[in-house]
Design a protein around this ligand. Structure first.
Ligand code: MG
Length: 331
């Protein structure tokens, strides 16, 4: 069986994804009963996770996905020290949605595709026509990179990741997909979906750019809008409860954390323009895309039952840190 292990390295402010392949021997024991993959190790001195003198780090499998291109399974793993304690770079260890609250999350992952040093579809010199016709557009003047976005969609669905949709975004060469999951697995799935996107992009010789504001000026940045709900929001809801949650988030809004836990350079994106609220302010509003927290129309129409959308996270954010900060404000 061919297993592709995927993990997060020790780079800061955001980690990179790493992978290596193991051909599993017949007598190797899996890490857990419901898995195929055994625990494994890697050279942490090459990923900023260990010194050369004692460089082994442990890969502890946390979730498995169907592989592609001849790989049987993708094995997403968290990094541990040789003594089996969580590695300092492992933010997953701090992310613990309370199970009784039954949290559901849907990340709206935006990204740019680049060819060499410029967004896909952009002219060699200068700029394409201004924003306006690109969002959900069609035709070679209005979209670039559709093959990558669609192949990524199919590959993720086949892997067992619950992608709920994709669309061309507001800037040329910019795309979005929506990735749904429950509890901590939502963040695991988002990391694996990012891995798959980069591997698909390799096939087309294009680069995925996760920066929240890759192009200065009148061009949209990329976010990681987070739709979230717990059992009480879905089953009972009510205007008072929804407003109470929004007030809790307001009281805990911290521009420094929003520029770190919610993605580095997020301050360049959250300017108050381009469908964002300024990082120094906090607001919530009914179907307001210029707010920090949007109360979607579907939630209002259901009698204030359903989800909220946190529009602050940036495209490059580590979802474990996003969920940790969000839940520390409201759980
Ligand atoms: Mg979007």
């Amino acid at each position: 069986m061919i297993l592709e292990y995927v993990w997060l390295d020790g780079y800061t402010p955001e980690p990179n994804l790493r992978s290596k392949i193991k051909v599993k021997a017949k007598d190797e024991k899996p890490f857990a009963l419901h898995m195929d993959a055994p625990a494994w190790s890697f050279d942490g001195s090459s990923t900023r996770q260990a010194e050369g003198k004692s460089s082994d780090c442990i890969l502890e499998p946390v979730s498995e996905y169907k592989g592609f291109n001849g790989i049987n399974k993708i094995v997403f793993s968290q990094v541990k020290n040789p003594d089996n304690t969580p590695h300092i770079s492992n933010y997953r260890q701090h992310c613990k949605p309370k199970e009784q609250n039954e949290w559901w999350f849907c990340f709206e992952q935006e990204y740019f595709l680049y060819e060499k040093d410029r967004p896909l579809g952009w002219p060699y010199r200068g700029y394409p026509k201004p924003q306006g016709e690109y969002y959900c557009g069609v035709g070679p003047d209005c979209v670039a990179g559709r093959k990558v976005a669609e192949e990524h969609l199919h590959t993720c669905l086949n892997a067992g990741i619950d992608i709920r949709g994709i669309n061309a975004e507001v800037a040329l060469g910019q795309w979005e997909y929506q990735c749904f999951g429950k509890g901590l697995k939502a963040a695991d799935d988002l990391w694996v979906s990012r891995y798959i996107l980069q591997k698909v992009a390799e096939r087309y010789n294009v680069k995925v750019v996760w920066d929240p504001k890759p192009i200065a000026g009148d061009w949209n940045g990329s976010g990681l809008h987070l739709n979230f709900s717990n059992k009480q929001m879905r089953d009972i809801g009510g205007k008072d409860y929804i407003n109470h949650l929004c007030e809790s988030l307001k009281n805990d809004h911290n521009p420094i954390k929003v520029a770190s836990d919610y993605g580095s350079d997020n301050d360049l994106r959250l300017t108050g323009l381009h469908e964002t609220q300024s990082i120094d302010s906090f607001s919530y509003g009914e179907y307001d895309r210029g707010a920090s927290i949007r109360i979607p129309i579907a939630t209002i129409d259901s009698g204030y039952r359903g989800r909220l959308e946190d529009r602050r996270p940036a495209s490059n954010a580590d979802p474990y840190r996003v969920l940790s900060y969000l839940l520390s404000s409201i759980e």
